[in-house]
Design a protein around this ligand. Structure first.
Ligand SMILES: CCCCCCCCCCCCCCCCCCCC(=O)SCCNC(=O)CCNC(=O)[C@H](O)C(C)(C)COP(=O)(O)OP(=O)(O)OC[C@H]1O[C@@H](n2cnc3c(N)ncnc32)[C@H](O)[C@@H]1OP(=O)(O)O
Ligand SMILES: Cc1cc2nc3c(=O)[nH]c(=O)nc-3n(C[C@H](O)[C@H](O)[C@H](O)COP(=O)(O)OP(=O)(O)OC[C@H]3O[C@@H](n4cnc5c(N)ncnc54)[C@H](O)[C@@H]3O)c2cc1C
Length: 662
């Protein structure tokens, strides 16, 4: 399939004619540099020239089984195409291209993410040597099986047991109750022949908590389920129905001692336990996936924004001035207010994802040399950013759908599929409220440590009292970010005060925690957003030295919008702690409206610079040429109900009803 860039409609031509910045330069910034843009485009070209990767028929028109098979066909084709052309699956993941082709629930996604990451991050050298080549070459195919019917969040409450039998040097895996059934893992139902399984380790009758085990589930020749294992698919879900999310039960199933992942903790042949350097090292795959999800959420949000902003420039509706031609809906301030703050969020999340990745790489390097001290900060940052990124991507994607009116509800807009895929991100890999509560624990601990004069890690250093002299002018970007920081400091101080007050009045610390948890979640959310603002301001100011003035101006405007919007959202807190006053808020609101009008002028060009091709957007509303109505019409013709003029349903039900004497 070769892509011919079509002439665009007059509306989009006019929009693009107003561009005052170098789009390619902005594209390079978003990709992380010109080399990465070039690499992404090479991958895209190769994928576009592989017609088997594209659907002839929408998954909506397929049966449950055909939908799965079709996605599996494309997933395997994707892997072989990448391999043949000298790329890795990782290239398709990091550029987003692979995800966009297969975001109806790619049945190999868990293999190439959490299964491989667990092998890489949790194996000892022998295990790595044995399993990694097999998994990388798809000789074994796996998933990450942790969640059970009874427990997802509370990992320590998992019920699956792995009991060591020193006489045979084996672990016996068992699901003692219905609630111990593994439930949810992607690709577990029918695709995977292996799984990394989280189970409670028992040695000599004593429980040592959750540990990870490599378990073969199916025969490698026949693909039949092995004895002692029951496995299947869990049925339809809100979205991503081309995946085979599964269930799994063990009936005293035996695996060798060497199948416990032994990088961090070990069991000796005679059944002795060797402790890890940090008790949460076995949660490393989850942390790594949370980092990936921040990128993933920003990418999905960007697809929705491209669709909604291009559509808003093509769609004309109503009269702004009686008798005048119908304006583009993007000219309505309310439409700009719906979309442009989310456009700013996309940029903010992209820069924060990059900053988080650096923290992840730094912490991982430290762990390699036995340094565990950065782990709590990485856990808090990755938890907070995963939660904010998915919450905002879900909200933003739905706003994009709403901003497209009725047509946004069409499957062919692709907004429903983007929405249902990213909506799962709020729940999977740590439910967001639960992750925010982890961040809150870290904030309260840090606040207390600071009160005792201890030095705080970089992401929370602002929690100590700020000397008034260091403040930038309030209305500058820095000044407003400082005000947001003061707001979080006040919120955390208030949470700590309420917790202490409850404990002093006789509540247990745990009861006090629960009684303050709504406020604590708000603290965690506000802290993470403060961190995002800081990263955005830093990134834009660093780029200022290297980019052209047009691009810098657009980035500055987006950053400003993000901060102003955040200040308005937090107005109540900022007023209560005295960080801003009513007069400042009024001028911030006015500035936001002014900025919306400014950014509107180049909005189409900004989303063009995100550079996602039509074949990856998959949207009748968001295509480059803006030929919206023709595409919607043509897509409707593909409905199986349009194959005949009169359907079977007419003869079977409607006609008898019309003929009945009611
Ligand atoms: C080519 C095609 C492309 C294909 C796509 C490829 C993907 C690319 C990436 C993009 C991703 C997109 C798709 C991803 C698909 C993912 C699918 C989803 C998979 C899953 O959902 S797997 C299951 C995930 N499950 C969870 O996340 C469970 C959540 N629960 C927990 O993490 C913990 O149990 C919880 C809530 C943190 C509590 O733990 P608990 O054991 O109870 O501990 P305590 O609360 O008592 O805390 C003790 C102490 O430890 C600290 N702690 C907890 N966790 C960590 C950690 N991970 N690291 C460091 N420290 C940790 C905690 O804060 C406490 O500290 P204190 O000092 O306060 O005591
Ligand atoms: C599409 C999808 C794919 C998935 N893929 C996988 C996979 O590949 N592998 C895998 O192992 N799992 C997978 N999961 C499972 C997922 O990780 C869990 O659903 C998730 O961790 C949440 O756990 P839960 O379902 O038990 O929710 P629960 O913890 O029961 O949450 C229900 C409610 O209780 C609240 N709650 C729970 N605990 C607390 C607390 N301590 N404090 C306050 N509130 C609390 C939550 O905030 C939420 O509102 C997947 C899930 C989905 C939806």
């Amino acid at each position: 399939m070769s892509v011919v860039v079509p002439e665009c409609c007059d509306d989009l031509k006019r929009e693009r004619g107003r561009c005052l910045f170098n789009k390619e330069e902005l594209t390079n910034i978003l990709d992380g540099g010109p080399k990465l843009t070039e690499k992404r485009r090479r991958i895209e070209k190769m994928l576009i020239n592989t017609p088997e990767l594209f659907d002839d028929v929408s998954p909506d028109y397929l049966s449950h089984e055909d939908r799965y098979s079709n996605e599996l066909r494309k997933a395997t084709q994707l892997m072989t195409t990448l391999e043949k052309n000298g790329f890795t699956y990782n290239d398709a993941v990091t550029t987003g291209t692979g995800l966009w082709l297969l975001m109806d629930g790619n049945p190999l996604s868990l293999h190439i993410s959490m299964f491989l990451d667990t092998i890489k991050g949790q194996s000892n050298p022998q295990q790595l040597q044995e399993w990694l080549p097999l998994a990388e070459k798809f000789k074994i195919i796996g998933t990450y099986a942790q969640t059970e019917l009874g427990h997802g969040t509370f990992v320590r409450g998992l019920e699956t047991t792995a009991t060591y039998d020193s006489t045979t040097k084996e672990f016996v895996l068992h699901s003692p109750t219905i609630t111990a059934t593994k439930w949810w893992p992607g690709a577990l139902g029918k695709t995977s022949n292996h799984a990394v399984v989280m189970a409670q380790l028992y040695l000599g009758g004593k429980c040592y908590g959750p540990h990870i085990f490599m378990v073969q589930l199916r025969d490698l020749e026949t693909h039949r389920t092995l004895p002692g294992i029951v496995v299947g698919e869990i049925g339809p879900r809100l979205g991503m129905n081309s995946n085979d999310n599964g269930f799994l039960q063990f009936n005293h199933h035996r695996i060798p001692l060497t199948n416990m992942f032994m990088k961090h903790s070990q069991v000796t042949e005679d059944g002795k336990y060797v402790k890890p350097l940090h008790s949460k090292l076995s949660y490393g795959t989850m942390v790594q996936t949370r980092v990936g999800i921040v990128y993933h959420a920003s990418r999905e949000l960007s697809r929705a924004l491209i669709i909604a902003i291009r559509y808003s420039a093509v769609r004309h509706q109503s009269e702004m001035v009686p008798g005048d031609p119908e304006p583009q809906i993007l000219d309505y301030q309310t439409q700009q207010y719906k979309l442009l703050p989310h456009l700013a969020s996309f940029f903010a999340l992209r820069f924060s994802a990059r900053a988080l990745l650096e923290v992840f790489i730094g912490t991982s390097a430290g762990l390699g040399s036995g340094k565990m001290n950065m782990l709590p900060e990485l856990h808090a940052l990755s938890s907070g950013l995963k939660a904010v990124a998915t919450n905002d991507a879900v909200k933003g994607t739905d706003i994009c759908r709403l901003a497209c009116g009725g047509h946004g509800y069409l499957s062919s807009s692709n907004l429903p599929r983007i929405y249902t895929a990213i909506a799962a991100g709020i729940t999977y890999e740590g439910e967001n409220t639960v992750l925010f509560l982890q961040v809150a624990r870290y904030l309260i601990k840090s606040f207390r440590a600071s009160s005792q004069g201890q030095t705080l890690p970089f992401s929370v250093s602002y929690l100590r009292v700020q000397p008034p002299s260091s403040h930038a002018p309030l209305m500058s970007d820095r000044g407003l970010v400082d005000a947001l920081g003061a707001g979080v400091r006040w919120m955390v101080g208030e949470a700590e005060r309420r917790l202490q007050q409850l404990v002093d009045s006789g509540h247990s610390p745990h009861a006090a925690w629960n009684a303050c948890s709504v406020h604590l979640v708000q603290c965690a959310d506000a802290h993470t957003r403060y961190y995002i603002c800081e990263q955005f301001v830093d990134a834009v100011s660093k780029l200022g030295e290297t980019v052209s003035s047009g691009v810098h101006e657009v980035l500055r405007q987006l950053c400003r919008l993000y901060i102003l919007h955040r200040v308005i959202q937090t107005a109540g807190i900022l007023l209560r702690c005295g960080a801003v006053d009513g007069k400042a808020l009024t001028s911030i609101e006015e500035e936001e409206c002014h900025l919306l009008a400014t950014l509107r002028i180049q909005a189409v060009s900004i989303v063009d610079a995100i550079d996602i091709k039509d074949v990856f957007l998959k949207s009748t509303l968001g295509a480059w040429d803006g030929n919206v109505y023709q595409r919607i019409y043509e897509e409707a013709q593909k409905s199986p109900l349009n194959k005949s003029d009169v359907t079977q349903g007419y003869y079977q039900y409607l006609r008898p009803l019309m003929k009945a004497n009611l």
